[in-house]
Design a protein around this ligand. Structure first.
Ligand code: NAG
Ligand code: NAG
Ligand code: NAG
Ligand code: NAG
Ligand code: NAG
Ligand code: NAG
Ligand code: ZN
Length: 581
């Protein structure tokens, strides 16, 4: 096409020259745009700085006490006797059954269901005598535990450490598959086994062991310390943490907490850089299950309509799966910052510089953003960190071989991307239902509203509802403030000075998305500084912990690291210097 005007002016040499020149320029420009050459050039010309505010390297932070006398924290990590007693404490906690199941009744309605938690409380009281002697212990909704260690400085907001007492159930038919009985708390010289060993009696016991040790050493906090343990986290925390959240908000107020540390990822060897990295979870995706029910007239299957409710629901399912959510990588998504941290801190030079440069631009450059999204999308696990997922999980309809199905039901589970809302998902879902409804003369009621009516006779109704409680993505925890600096600074100190003294590079903290929702959803009003973070090193999180499954276990050294981290962190933030400006 570009050649055509040139043919016309072929006779006049000069004109031809000028035209040819401008045509060449045009070709160059079009090539640049159509092949994204300019965009690639922009990426290629981006320098990779030694330091950048995108992921600044925090200085290691140790509490003053460490420089005076480092013996206690070294004892936590290396003393044989300390380890032996610590094994005993965690093992004892695993031995008390605190399994819970879905949809259990509230405590006042069925006290006998929850009684086993009283036994667990007795165990804690016997095992941590100083904690029970010196801290105020409040029981919320009977079995929720809140510990309050008062601070001497009224101006410092309390630190809140949380975990849960309950565990997921032990499937009866898998009992024979366990190497050691799940309620024995067996230690095999490396791992401690049992239900709750890694989710998350380890965190609960580590918090109490650390507080007990600080009390024994005569520590007197300036900053108040709170510990709170729900008892139905594995069933959404409706009976435990939701009451605790309200109690804490009533007692201390909105935005009254300095920082909240709950269970989450810890430290591991990073897939991109092959270095030890800490992953405090600073965000959680949203959640909604949408149910759609289609009711059509029944009848005999010898004279069926062209499409039964099963056929139409199948068509809807097909349309939904054909149209997956587009990726969305906003600057609020911690995964972008994670990629930037990897780009800026890659001591082994594992990452291609094109990836690094694109990551550094992805916050403001659409094309670079798309390149990073493509890189994440290639990985099955990383793919959904940058988009809303949808999964057709339940379909039910039909009763009999010779009767038309009157009602067919489909349930679609969604995990809502950071930067998107539950309401966006609802709206998008309804457009697809309406599309199918129009083809089949059906009306649509969605979330209690008539969204598609017909003038004439309809041949059935779609009813779209929210199946369980929906939850927007959590507010994203800042990673550019002093609270973050202390969290990552203490992590550097513990892991570089104490756990891996021979390490040759800094241990950075990179923000992460927590894939499931924890009890923290009930604590959003207490602080913006929520970290889903179990700061212990575990090389292979699934393989080393078997979380929620047979042979749940914990490398015991990680339990000692966790205590060392709590011990140093509690003391390091015990000063106004750790406050946000
Ligand atoms: C602990 O303190 C001792 C004595 O001051 C010192 O020699 C040692 O290097 C310290 N250990 C660490 C890991 O800092
Ligand atoms: C829908 O209704 C219109 C008008 O009543 C009718 O012409 C059409 O055949 C119907 N389509 C189906 C699929 O039932
Ligand atoms: C839609 O389903 C919900 C929940 O099952 C029910 O409460 C509501 O009455 C239904 N609405 C219609 C129009 O069928
Ligand atoms: C952190 O970043 C946010 C968003 O860019 C900004 O609004 C806020 O002021 C920053 N906070 C600090 C302490 O720099
Ligand atoms: C650290 O290095 C020292 C000296 O090279 C060596 O003796 C020691 O075994 C190393 N420690 C670890 C934990 O690798
Ligand atoms: C947080 O505060 C809002 C506004 O006051 C309130 O509606 C909501 O119930 C509170 N959330 C929780 C989990 O308590
Ligand atoms: Zn858990």
């Amino acid at each position: 096409m570009i050649g055509l005007p040139l043919d016309e002016d072929f006779r006049t040499g000069r004109k031809k020259y000028i035209l040819a020149g401008s045509v060449t320029l045009l070709v160059v420009i079009i090539t640049l745009f159509s092949t994204n050459l300019i965009n690639y050039l922009k990426i290629a010309l981006t320098p990779i700085p030694k330091e950048s505010s995108l992921c600044p390297l925090q200085e290691p932070i140790a509490p003053a006490s460490f420089y005076k006398d480092n013996s206690t924290v070294l004892e936590i990590l290396h003393d044989k006797q300390y380890k032996k007693e610590s094994i005993k404490k965690l093992s004892g906690a695993i031995q008390i059954d605190t399994q819970i199941f879905d949809k259990q009744p509230d405590v006042p309605d069925a006290p006998e269901v929850w009684k086993k938690f009283a036994k667990f409380h007795d165990y804690l009281e016997v095992t941590f005598p100083l904690v029970y002697k010196h801290l105020e212990v409040t029981k919320v909704n009977t079995y929720g535990l809140v510990y309050h260690w008062k601070g001497s400085d009224k101006k410092l907001k309390p630190l809140l450490l949380t975990a849960h007492q309950d565990t997921v159930p032990i499937q009866k038919d898998t009992l024979g598959d366990w190497t050691y009985p799940p309620l024995e708390g067996h230690y095999d010289g490396e791992y401690i086994y049992g239900r709750g060993a890694s989710d998350c009696k380890n965190v609960l016991i580590a918090i109490l062991e650390t507080l007990e040790l600080l009390l024994a050493k005569g520590f007197k906090p300036n900053r108040p310390i709170l510990a709170a343990f729900g008892f139905d986290e594995e069933a959404s925390g409706i009976i435990g943490a939701s009451h605790i959240g309200k109690y804490l908000e009533e007692t201390f107020g909105k935005d009254s907490v300095y920082a909240l540390i709950d269970e989450g990822q810890g430290l591991s060897v990073d897939a991109l850089t092959n270095t030890v990295v800490a992953y405090p979870g600073t965000a959680e995706k949203g959640y909604i299950d949408i149910q759609v029910e289609l009711t059509t007239p029944g009848g005999h299957s010898s004279i069926p309509p062209d499409h039964t409710s099963i056929g139409i629901i199948s068509e809807l399912g097909y349309i939904i799966e054909k149209d997956p959510y587009s990726p969305l990588l906003t600057p609020q998504n911690p995964i972008l910052n994670y990629a930037q941290c990897a780009a800026l801190h890659d001591p082994k030079g594992k990452l291609p510089s094109s990836f690094k440069k694109a990551a550094l631009r992805a916050g403001f450059d659409k094309f670079a953003n798309q390149k990073i999204v493509e890189a994440f999308s290639k990985n099955r696990l990383a793919k959904y960190l940058v988009r809303t997922s949808q999964a057709l999980d339940i379909i039910k309809g039909g009763e009999k071989a010779n009767a038309l199905p009157e009602t067919t039901r489909l349930l679609v589970n969604h995990r809502v991307a950071i930067g998107s809302k539950v309401a966006d998902v609802q709206e998008h879902f309804v457009t697809r239902v309406v599309e199918v409804a129009k083809r089949h003369n059906l009306t649509v009621v969605a979330f209690g509203k008539d969204v598609h009516k017909l003038d004439g006779k309809d041949s059935g109704t779609f009813n779209v509802t929210t199946y369980s409680h929906a939850l927007d993505a959590a507010p994203v925890t800042p990673h550019n403030d002093t609270v973050w600096s202390y969290l990552s600074g203490v992590t550097r100190h513990v892991y570089e000075d104490l756990v891996f003294p021979n390490i040759t590079y800094p241990v950075i903290s990179a923000p992460a998305i927590m894939t499931g929702n924890t009890d923290t959803r009930h604590y959003w009003n207490l602080t913006r500084n929520i970290f889903r973070f179990t700061p212990a090193f575990i090389g292979d999180f699934i393989g080393d912990t078997h979380i929620h499954s047979v042979d749940e276990k914990l490398p015991f050294d990680s339990h000692l690291q966790l205590q060392a981290w709590f011990y140093e962190y509690i003391q390091a933030v015990d000063t106004a210097k750790a406050n946000n400006k």
